[in-house]
Design a protein around this ligand. Structure first.
Ligand SMILES: C[S@@+](CC[C@H](N)C(=O)[O-])C[C@H]1O[C@@H](n2cnc3c(N)ncnc32)[C@H](O)[C@@H]1O
Length: 324
């Protein structure tokens, strides 16, 4: 599923990233286990039964990255059912020769808020930690990134990415099915590291920040996005149990607290570049994600609160640098 040959051939021979990738490959950490993930054979079948098509024009700059395929209507219908077999699509949209993958999240909203805040991405090596199905990796290609490497432990998101790669064709975007902890041996070699929507899922924020810090080259840039609440430098909300129906949200710092944490973790030039309330047009149930979504996570009588009575989801994005 992973195009190791292509990925490794994109790294110069003496580059310290190469031994890290080789060790990851040889350790077997990237081999998904069909016993542990029972749906894996069904998902892989979607890739295996994809009709043979030749990718045509690709446009990664669009809100829905687009590929034009040379395929007849029957082949396109079979491609659509392969894509649909990978439900739920959380991140998108994508446009596969007119098949519009209307994912739960309009990830393009986030990208249009943040794209112009980061240093120009052309020619940069970018790591996207917790990248989901790689939507932003494709958008990074649209910005001219030299390498867009995503990591995400979710097997489904990795299969979605692998299927998209088959359709969009070879590119310097790659995804590895590993968690952030696999970065504990990663060399300081990325120009930009992104972590969006991941920090609050980790029990230890400082361990996550330390991993992001170590992967950046000196002078490299971090883009971190997370859920926040109102408050001062010492405000952190720790949900009693669920937050917006999610079981795995451990803490929501204030914007000031998050800036403080980033500095404490060794970053400089820390600044908040965006704050926005999540809306029902950015996150919603669609044909490609038929489960409950944002609307059902809010208090029906007060949309400023979650169903648990906590502040409704608000996200902030921060830029910071690893000092030289
Ligand atoms: C809310 S989604 C955010 C996806 C994407 N970055 C975005 O901003 O839309 C959180 C992602 O973090 C991933 N994740 C969970 N635990 C992780 C870990 N330990 N290391 C890396 N990613 C993780 C999940 O699989 C999921 O894709």
């Amino acid at each position: 599923m992973i195009d190791w040959h292509h990925l490794q051939s994109e790294i110069p021979p003496a580059d310290p990233l190469l031994p890290w990738l080789t060790a990851l490959r040889e350790s077997g950490q990237c081999d998904l286990d069909p016993v542990r993930f029972g749906d894996l054979p069904r998902w892989m079948n979607a890739i295996d039964t994809l009709p043979a098509v030749s990718p045509g024009t690709v446009d990664y700059c669009r809100d829905a990255p687009r590929v034009e395929l040379t395929a007849d209507p029957d082949a396109l219908a079979r491609i659509e059912s392969c894509l649909a077999a990978l439900h739920p699509w959380r991140k998108g949209p994508f446009d596969v020769s007119g098949i519009h993958i209307d994912a739960e999240w309009r990830s393009d909203y986030k990208w249009s808020r943040l794209r112009d805040t980061v240093s120009p991405l052309a020619g940069r090596r970018v790591l996207d930690v917790g990248c989901g199905n790689g939507y932003f990796c494709f958008r990074l290609l649209g910005e001219g990134a030299r390498l867009a490497l995503g990591i995400d432990p979710s097997p489904l998101f990795n299969v979605q990415f692998a299927l998209l790669k088959r359709l969009y064709g070879a590119s310097p975007a790659h995804l590895l099915p590993v968690p952030d902890t696999a970065l504990s041996t990663c060399p300081a070699s990325f120009d930009t590291v992104m972590s969006m929507g991941v920090l609050y899922h980790r029990k230890s924020p400082f361990d996550h920040l330390a991993l992001l810090h170590r992967c950046l080259r000196p002078g490299g840039e971090l883009l971190l996005e997370t859920l926040v609440v109102d408050g001062d430098k010492n405000t952190v909300l720790v949900p009693q149990a669920r937050y917006a129906r999610m079981r795995n949200v451990w803490f929501l710092p204030s914007t000031l607290a998050m800036e403080h944490w980033l500095r404490r973790a060794g970053f400089t030039q820390v600044r908040c570049v965006d704050e926005s309330l999540t809306t029902a047009s950015e996150q919603r149930t669609t044909d490609w994600m038929r489960f409950e979504s944002h609307d059902q996570a809010l208090d029906p009588s007060d949309q400023t609160l979650t169903i648990e009575g906590l502040p409704a989801p608000r996200r902030a994005a921060f830029l910071a640098e690893r000092p030289c």
